[in-house]
Design a protein around this ligand. Sequence first.
Ligand SMILES: Cc1cc2nc3c(=O)[nH]c(=O)nc-3n(C[C@H](O)[C@H](O)[C@H](O)COP(=O)(O)OP(=O)(O)OC[C@H]3O[C@@H](n4cnc5c(N)ncnc54)[C@H](O)[C@@H]3O)c2cc1C
Length: 462
Amino acid sequence: MTHSESRVAVIGGGVTGLTTATLLQAHGYPTTVYATALPETATLTQPPWFASLHAAASILPHSVASSHILRWTQTSQRFFAALIDEARPSVRRQRHYELFEDPPVSDPDYRDVVSDFRQLSAADARALGAPTRDGASPSGWCFSIYFCEAPPYLRFLESAFLELGGECRTDSALPDPPLMAGYLALDHQIYVLCAGQASGALLEDALASGDFADSPGDGFVPTLDPFGGRLIRGLYLSVLLKEPLCDREGRAFSYNYTPAHSTYPAADGGSADVYCYPRRVGWLLGGSREVGRVDCSGDWQGLPGEVSRLSVRGVSGLVPIPEPVLRLNGELLRSTPLGPDAASVFASADLSRFVAGCGFRFVRDSDTEQVRVESSRLSGVSEKVIVHNYGHGGAGFTLSWGCALDVLSAVARTRSPEASQSGVRGGTLADSLRSAAERSHPLRAPGAPADRVGNVPGGGTR
Ligand SMILES: Cc1cc2nc3c(=O)[nH]c(=O)nc-3n(C[C@H](O)[C@H](O)[C@H](O)COP(=O)(O)OP(=O)(O)OC[C@H]3O[C@@H](n4cnc5c(N)ncnc54)[C@H](O)[C@@H]3O)c2cc1C
């Protein structure tokens, strides 16, 4: 096996690709990441297709459905706990409120995988200083979640991967064009596809090249996915506030709040929710979960909604923010014990203080299995293995380590690591990642018996 053939190729440099590459590298699989964009540089333009740049990055399974979702979430939590033990500043734990004006009939499926879960009546919510609206009596839950400061966390992943001895290739070091046939012509045996919404198109190109044939069997599945993909557009605002948002118990918190249907109707007939995720360098106010596609001219095609829009300045032009995102969040935040800077922002709701963003969450076009983590085999000049890892919707950070561990298991079934684990570079971080992996049954196969489906009351794909 040549030097590069022995390296695992990870295609994609978002949270999925960087997490997967870091875990493989920490387990002695020399890995190269190929990415058309990496977080550091793409942050300047924030293209909507680069989902990781837009995440609120709460570790909570939103806007995706999979029968493995709870297992992946739990596994990821072990890794985030290990990163907190390592004192990595871009990960923390905080209180999170989920409140509803029309309360769901049952607790969420994720109830047993989050800690400190507590049911809240409207009176509890008001006593705690949780967000509420005048005249409404929202009830719901609060609990503790992990939370990433997304841009610094992505930078941490990239530098951790490089410190462990990984390689990143971008721009002129990519095949031209950067499509799967070009990648397969490189000297790798194992490819992990983590290209987010571009993943499906890459695979079609690989088979169309005619140099390789799909070769399923022995645990390998067909390369092409029977499902197409769909996007869930998220529109949000950020505002430069450095103070934490704290409730009356002095706990820093974030929230998702679902008003009555008529207040913020979603295009699919349900109620949309709004959220606030305070970060150290600015607060994120969302949101929207609009299902649609991008047409060949690059324009968004979604279900027409009834909601009115505000044109707010974004990094690359005006963004059509649903008007309730500003109005409802302003109203909700004014009911909480705000610090003076935030109070002045939300008292005036001066649009020039906000910057708008737009990102696409990508899922498979299925109601139950929207994430794809499994292996395919292509035979041709030489045999190549593709491990799929995409379709994480609104939960790519949440599922990142859980899915990466399944990829590690798939790679381990194909090949032994090159370095003994004690010979892996990276010191304590590599040790922490390996010990979190050991605690999470690393050799459990993708396709092993499923967990419960769904993540939020009423269907699990909010
Ligand atoms: C508004 C919003 C809020 C969200 N909030 C949360 C949240 O609170 N919690 C949570 O867990 N998740 C959240 N998400 C979801 C999360 O952001 C995504 O699931 C996750 O970022 C997907 O990561 P990814 O690495 O798979 O894809 P991406 O981040 O889209 O990265 C794709 C990568 O593939 C590369 N690529 C594409 N084509 C090629 C090619 N041909 N060759 C090489 N590289 C290629 C790109 O350059 C990029 O590096 C949110 C998303 C949005 C939009």
